[in-house]
Design a protein around this ligand. Sequence first.
Ligand SMILES: [Zn+2]
Ligand SMILES: [Zn+2]
Length: 245
Amino acid sequence: MGRVFRCNLHMHTCLSPCAELDMHPSSLVKGSLAQGLDVIAVCDHNASENVQYVLKAARGTGLVVIPGMELCTREEVHLVAVFEHLEELESLQEKVYDQLEGVNNEDAFGIQAIVNEAGEVEGFNEHLLIGATGISLDRAVDLIHSLGGLAIASHIDRTAFGLLGQLGFVPPDVPFDALEVSASLGIHQARQRYPELRGYQFITSSDAHFIGDIGRASTRMFLEGPAFEEIRLALSRQMGRYVLE
Ligand SMILES: [Zn+2]
Ligand SMILES: [Zn+2]
């Protein structure tokens, strides 16, 4: 028996330099539950060290946490990568760090805190997470797929780091699993604005960097249960699973 689940497949933690420090794992879980979310994906900029702690913080709460990352490609396009297992995300992480240059400047870009499920600081990420990797968009999507993940172009309508803003079009030969539209636009309006993209599945997410933004958007999906493989089916409209628009 399926039902509708509220999924937010793109939110940040305090590991992202541009996110507030209060976005630590347990407050992220509490905030998501308070907003009635069933599934969240944790997607920090080019990094994933806090995912393990969000998974721990969510244990026993009923909230399903999907391991993810928001990768910045060589073209400065943001791409959400989500996986069923933490190990797959960690494999992507290795490749991302191989292709990410520079050291963070906390004063200029912000603190990149690794915080555990009890709210204790475990350390600070030294990489320049705000930067672009050397991985091209098509290679990034291939890499995510080879690891079993889903590749979703982030906030395509946004001028900064969005696919349409950066490239001006959706490259037809790149097999995105979905295109995310900004919370402020929403799926309904996006369908009217981009009729040429009717062949793509749209989702929307809060892309929250602040506690107050956690619930500002989510995507409703009809699933048999709140699980990664169910979301894969919904994005490709298979076996009776689908995204409600
Ligand atoms: Zn982004
Ligand atoms: Zn983001």
